[in-house]
Design a protein around this ligand. Structure first.
Ligand code: GLN
Length: 487
């Protein structure tokens, strides 16, 4: 039996029937990480000792039959921008290379309370800025389906770890597609929940009004299980919703027949890779066969999504990253400094990569007196229009279907010299974040031997419908069951 390819549900069954222990399961993943990860490079840090300690505790819990949850004893990894007490949290940046948080993010705490086992931290574009993981200050992560290709970004390490079976589930973060885009590129399932559904406490902020933490898993059912455990109100994050979380997993088999599926016409335009278009069309037909009604809808401001997203992101990021100044967290370059301003300048010059510097400069520019109204305020107004587009669409349909990217995973190095081209690969995933609505990405075929991703976009707080439709689709297709052969 291959322990590393089990779904959470399957692994849970083996654990509670005592056919396998959490220590065995954890060791199987640690062994696989040792063997395979040198090729993939998904992990920045492997927390082996902690993992084995948590696994032993999980086994005790299971032996006593006390407080056993569906995640007890299940090994997972987490993106390196989410705080883990005692475990290095770098955001894949030199400026935080040796930063060890003294507290857990709420998500980390919730998973620990559920009894999940932390295997380690996954690589990402520096501070979440990028779409290929090539902006990591440490190393590139490779796409398990073809090692010459990128895994997507910025949660590329999490997606690659999931796809290469280096964890039973992983946690990513999505500010502008960073869960969905790499999930699509690597052929795994991942959800960006409604903004405010999952606490951001302890997440190192990129753009605070967009950031969402979300799981990546083998299938929709596992995704529902993990979200159930990490979602909910948190007194430490005042933007979290008070409303109760529905029992996603229990309700996942509820019928979808008669539901209205909207196809946003702005997402199906020239420029899409032919194989991506074909896979998407087949997915639409599969949904139709499942009894859904198909309707064309329009999200007419989609063409502004990319500029609005990037402008607002630059602005928020430039403010958020001000705290990385050499006096509080991580790196401090004080040698030869005459005063504290010198420390700020030297630390930031040495600690931040090019993309981070570019965004801080553009963001500071957009927020400066004289430009604020023309850029930042204008973008906020158009953001409202993007949100209204979704509201109008959801007055006609229950859920939307769209691609996650216009192409499959591109080659390493293909877009690094052209930041604009890199930004363009986010074209389908960025509109949901300014609008705050949830979206789940899942595999729907292959093009040029690489996975194709689709996303289902839902109403605010309606993750339930996303899970139902994704699950129904995965009952009649097997794309999510395919695993890459890692040479
Ligand atoms: N590609 C997006 C960006 O570069 C991803 C951001 C994110 O979701 N963390 O901004």
């Amino acid at each position: 039996m291959q322990l590393h390819t089990l779904t959470i549900q399957e692994a849970h069954q083996l654990l509670v029937t005592k056919q396998v222990s959490s220590v065995e399961l954890t060791q199987a993943f640690l062994q696989r990480i040792r063997e395979i990860d040198p090729k993939i490079k998904a992990y920045v840090t492997v927390s082996e000792e902690l993992a084995l300690e948590q696994a032993r505790k999980a086994d005790e819990r299971i032996a006593k039959g006390e407080n056993v949850t569906p995640l007890t004893g299940i090994p997972f990894s987490i993106k390196d921008c989410i705080s883990t007490r005692g475990v290095r949290t770098t955001c894949s940046s030199k400026i935080l290379e040796n930063y060890i948080p003294q507290y857990n993010a709420t998500v980390t705490d919730k998973l620990a309370q559920a009894g999940a086992v932390l295997l380690g931290k996954t690589n990402m574009d520096e501070f979440g800025m990028g779409s290929s993981c090539e902006n990591s200050a440490f190393f590139n992560t490779h796409n398990p389906w073809n090692l010459d290709h990128v895994p997507g970004g910025s949660s590329g390490g999490s997606a690659a770890a999931m796809s290469a079976s280096l964890a039973a589930f992983t946690i990513g973060e999505d500010t502008g597609g960073s869960v969905r885009m790499p999930a699509g590129f690597c052929g795994v399932t991942g959800i960006k929940p409604t903004y405010g559904r999952v606490s951001r406490y302890g997440l190192i902020a990129l753009a605070s009004s967009f950031d969402c933490i979300g799981p990546m898993t083998r299938d929709a059912c596992d995704c529902a299980t993990v979200l159930e455990h990490i979602a909910g109100h948190d007194p430490l994050d005042s933007t979290t919703y008070q409303s109760p979380i529905s029992n996603y997993t229990q309700n996942i088999n509820k019928p979808i027949k008669g539901m209205k599926l909207g196809i946003p016409k702005e997402y199906f335009v020239a420029g899409m890779e032919a194989g991506v278009e074909t896979a998407l069309q087949e997915a639409i037909r599969a949904c139709e066969k499942l009894g859904m009604e198909i309707h064309e809808v329009s999200l007419s401001h989609t063409k502004y999504a990319l500029p609005v997203y990037y402008l607002l992101l630059f602005a928020e990021a430039s403010a958020n990253l001000a705290r990385m100044d050499g006096t509080r967290f991580g790196l401090s370059v004080s040698e030869g400094a005459k005063d504290v301003i010198d420390i700020y300048l030297q630390t930031r010059r040495e600690g931040f990569g090019d993309e981070v510097k570019r965004r801080i400069m553009l963001g500071a520019y957009a927020l400066s007196a004289g430009y604020y109204d023309a850029y930042y305020l204008k973008a906020q107004k158009v953001r409202t229009l993007l949100r209204r587009d979704f509201e109008a669409a959801f007055s006609k349909v229950d859920i939307l279907l769209a691609p996650t990217s216009p192409t499959t995973a591109f080659k390493l190095g293909e877009k690094t010299s052209n930041p604009l081209e890199m930004y363009l690969s986010d074209i389908y995933v960025v509109a949901t974040n300014p609008a705050g609505v949830p979206a789940i990405a899942l595999p729907c075929g292959f093009s040029k031997d690489m996975p194709v991703g689709m996303q289902l976009i839902g109403k605010h707080l309606d993750e339930q419908t996303l899970f139902q439709v994704a699950h129904a689709y995965q009952q009649v297709t097997d794309w999510h069951k395919r695993n890459p052969k890692i040479s």
